[in-house]
Design a protein around this ligand. Structure first.
Ligand SMILES: Cc1cc2nc3c(=O)[nH]c(=O)nc-3n(C[C@H](O)[C@H](O)[C@H](O)COP(=O)(O)OP(=O)(O)OC[C@H]3O[C@@H](n4cnc5c(N)ncnc54)[C@H](O)[C@@H]3O)c2cc1C
Length: 385
């Protein structure tokens, strides 16, 4: 039986562990805290699922496959993990990212519609769209209950035979390696070395501290602090009646209330550098003012809604927002650099990675540790509000 150690029980590690256990691997999943602990990126209350990715087909297809995966996972767990509330994209230019997304989605036969900005009134109890060029409506997009989905995935993995070990794992350097670091297909836990046929380091924002900078080649990882805000709103602003929304050019996004934590309205612009283990998780008041300014412009009746819930999370960013799926020594894989857009894909990504680990195909060249040109367009433009 093939063996694998997956380090990190965020949504990427748990989804992969589940998939591998169900396809005949002997799987150990090592997590330093508990699956769903609040420091991990996967423990955000919610994450958006959308297929629109500008002109990129690969991620659009993966997100579409993942949608099925989430629905199946919810059925297995007997609870709703994915609210298919749809997503309204607020397009400011006639020929920008949203239009490119529309063309790709049409080619892939994924439902979407171009609408006049005035039609926004159909989706939101109160709305202003006079600064917009058009709306892109994605009816099968929606909101994932992220933290819960991570815990559920971990539970299913254990039920499928995964051995969950609570410990901090360290990489094991191969003897004699010097300038170019080489590693064994093993982890060290409390001084003991454990070997497996494959080791996958799915450690999110902790990855850069675990490996030498040289290991990452031309793909350095930057970790940034990201504040998330939810505002208290009247009941008609709940999911699924109120959909998710995204203003690409303003790097603003949100969705209606899920689980009573309020309407999410937050910025995707990159925050300051951050350390995920010891960093204080207190939101910056300036972000609250910015979010209110956005609400005032787009949903004026919510301009003075109080903050109901806030959360600090972190992005693990590559220069071009493409992920890292790379074998750095025989059997030793880095899986990370999710760049703030990885959650939605997890069930489908796990299937893709299973094929990579089985040697059925090589990972996409885009995920390699080569020089990468700065670009962040897979999420939003980076402009602030
Ligand atoms: C504010 C915010 C909003 C986002 N919005 C979206 C969105 O709308 N849609 C979307 O698709 N994605 C979104 N994302 C991105 C998404 O959350 C991440 O892509 C995803 O959660 C990454 O999961 P992960 O498993 O790679 O990392 P994590 O969830 O961070 O998990 C890594 C785990 O590794 C563990 N670990 C690290 N080192 C060790 C070690 N040495 N030993 C043992 N365990 C270790 C950590 O404790 C942690 O639990 C967002 C991210 C943020 C921060």
């Amino acid at each position: 039986m093939k063996s694998v150690i997956v380090v990190g029980a965020g949504i990427w590690g748990t989804s992969l562990a589940l998939r591998l256990a169900e396809t005949g691997w002997q799987v150990t999943l090592v997590e330093q805290h508990k699956p769903g602990h609040v420091r991990q990126a996967s423990a955000g209350e919610t994450r958006l699922l959308r297929c629109a990715h500008g002109g990129d087909e690969w991620y659009a297809k993966l997100a579409w496959q993942a949608r099925d995966g989430w629905r199946r996972l919810g059925e297995r767990a007997g609870e709703v993990l994915y609210h298919e509330a749809g997503m309204v994209w607020f397009a400011r230019r006639p020929d920008g990212w949203e239009y490119a997304s529309h063309r790709v989605l049409k080619n892939l036969d994924i439902a979407c519609e171009l609408l006049d900005p005035a039609e926004g009134a159909r989706f939101f109890p109160d709305y202003r769209g006079d600064d917009l060029s058009f709306l892109l409506w994605e009816p099968h997009a929606g909101v994932l209950r992220a933290r819960r989905a991570t815990q559920v995935t971990a539970g299913l993995a254990v039920a499928a035979g995964v051995r969950l070990v609570r410990a901090r794992a360290l990489p094991v350097r191969a003897e004699g390696s010097s300038e170019t670091p080489a590693y064994l297909s093993a982890v060290e836990i409390d001084g003991e070395v454990r070997h497996a046929d494959r080791v996958v380091w799915a450690c999110g924002a902790w990855l850069p501290a675990l490996f030498d900078a040289a290991t990452f080649g031309g793909t350095p990882l930057t970790v940034t602090k990201q504040d998330t805000l939810h505002f208290a709103v009247p009941p008609e602003w709940s999911v699924p009646e109120t959909p998710a929304w995204l203003d690409y050019e303003a790097s603003a996004y949100g969705h209606g209330d899920v689980d009573g934590v309020g309407m999410k309205t937050t910025s995707d612009a990159e925050g300051p550098p951050y350390e995920p283990e010891h960093g204080e998780r207190v939101v910056d008041p300036a972000g609250v003012d910015q979010a209110r300014a956005y609400l005032r412009r787009r949903f004026p009746s919510l301009a003075s809604a109080p903050v109901l819930f806030s959360q600090v999370c972190q992005y693990a960013l590559t220069p071009d927002a493409e992920w890292i799926v790379a074998e750095v020594s025989p059997g030793v894989w880095l899986l990370g650099g999710d760049s703030g857009h990885g959650f939605k894909h997890a069930p489908a990504l796990a299937g893709y990675l299973a094929g990579v680990l089985d040697g059925e195909y090589a990972p996409e060249p885009r995920f390699g540790l080569h020089e990468r040109s700065p670009s962040r367009g897979l999420r939003t433009s980076g402009e602030v509000w």
